[in-house]
Design a protein around this ligand. Structure first.
Ligand SMILES: NC(=O)c1ccc[n+]([C@@H]2O[C@H](COP(=O)([O-])OP(=O)(O)OC[C@H]3O[C@@H](n4cnc5c(N)ncnc54)[C@H](OP(=O)(O)O)[C@@H]3O)[C@@H](O)[C@H]2O)c1
Length: 330
């Protein structure tokens, strides 16, 4: 079968590999579409812990069940499915266990024609989505779900700021916060992405590249109850200034690195929480898929390309011009 394999740091190729066979308890999925995440890019660049190569990349995928291994209900065959990328989260819903990993390094991922995977990782795809839209869901949707609801505790009527609206995870967080009935605001580096967010239901948006962008936010009905962020860096101090007392800042990434300082004075006085979040447990994955189905949420897709253009899609990801997920279709 054809697969997008990272053979060594920076050497990503489409190559022929053996088609996997479903083992006991596994399903063989014919992948219809796979989506890219920042994680795949970081692995390619050698900026991810514990890299083991060669490996087929890809945490996001959807397709059709082709075969059921021993011990698995044959009724799965022919179903349209989505794959939970968690591997061994463990029993504690609060935190992943030691040994937890994510599909697509070290285990072979979704960027191949077939994937053999444990049947308990496989869920029926939401009926209202195409295979490309379904493929965009898993990692970003799961990360956003936990950040918004377990940690952000977003409630109807609250003011929520989603930073970096162009990000794949951010756009899920945006849609989930809207679905929860929050007043949702965004930041972005690009005006067209802010307009896109407003068209989708944002109250307003701000360009985080503008000097003092956060000062406008004082006018936002008294500040924010929740900020969902993945950029980190010094901007965290700007968020601290625009929170309502008791506000929650949830971050699931630190693309811009560490802040040089942290305004602890304002944090303790205003009873603020700064909360890290990563992926989500299996129960949260199930709830995320249910929410997407119930509210008919449609992932924002930047572009769908043929699988043969997979290597180019990785270079485009670095440009930050995209808005939404990059999807590869077989
Ligand atoms: N912990 C986890 O489980 C987990 C899961 C997924 C992702 N992550 C991390 O989260 C980050 C984003 O991942 P992704 O897949 O959503 O990436 P992505 O789709 O490539 O999005 C990156 C976005 O970051 C935004 N950004 C850059 N600088 C920013 C700043 N100063 N302030 C606000 N936004 C800024 C940009 O938004 P605009 O284009 O709107 O300017 C950009 O589009 C990465 O660091 C990734 O490793 C962590």
């Amino acid at each position: 079968m054809k697969a997008l394999q990272l053979q060594e740091s920076g050497k990503l190729v489409i190559t022929e590999v053996n088609t996997p066979k479903p083992g006991r308890g596994q399903l063989l999925i014919r992948i219809g579409a796979a989506a890219l995440n920042k994680r795949d890019q970081f692995i390619c660049q050698g900026k991810y812990p514990g890299i083991q190569l060669p490996c087929i990349l890809g945490s996001d995928g959807a397709g059709k069940v082709e075969k059921a291994g021993e011990g698995v209900d044959k009724a799965w065959v022919g179903k349209n499915v989505v794959i939970n990328p968690n591997i061994e989260w463990g029993d504690d819903p609060d935190v992943q266990q030691k040994g937890y990993s994510i599909l697509g390094m070290p285990t072979d991922g979704t960027m191949a024609e077939y994937l053999a995977i444990d049947a308990d990782r496989v869920h029926e795809a939401p009926e209202h989505l195409t295979v490309e839209q379904t493929a965009a869901l898993p990692l970003g949707g799961l990360t956003a779900y936990r950040a918004c609801f377990r940690h952000g505790q977003i409630m109807a009527g609250e003011n929520v700021l989603i930073s970096g609206f162009g990000g794949g995870v951010a756009q899920f967080a945006f849609q989930f916060a809207l679905a929860a009935g929050a007043n949702v605001y965004v930041t972005s580096s690009r005006e067209e992405k802010i307009s896109q967010a407003i068209d989708m239901g944002a109250e307003a948006g701000y360009n985080y590249k503008a000097k003092d962008w956060h000062k406008n936010l004082w006018k936002t009905r008294g500040g924010f109850d929740v900020v969902i962020d993945s950029a980190g860096g010094d901007q965290i101090n700007q968020f601290i200034q625009i929170m309502r007392p008791g506000g929650r800042i949830v971050f699931y990434g630190a693309t811009n690195g560490l802040p040089a300082s942290l305004d602890l004075y304002r944090m303790f006085w205003n009873q603020l929480t700064l909360q890290g979040s990563t992926m989500g447990n299996d129960e949260e994955f199930r709830k995320m898929i249910n929410l997407v189905g119930a509210k008919k949420i449609v992932p924002v897709i930047d572009s769908v390309r043929p699988f043969e253009e997979g290597v180019e899609a990785f270079s485009d990801m670095e440009k930050n011009r995209k808005s939404g997920k990059l999807v590869l279709k077989f």
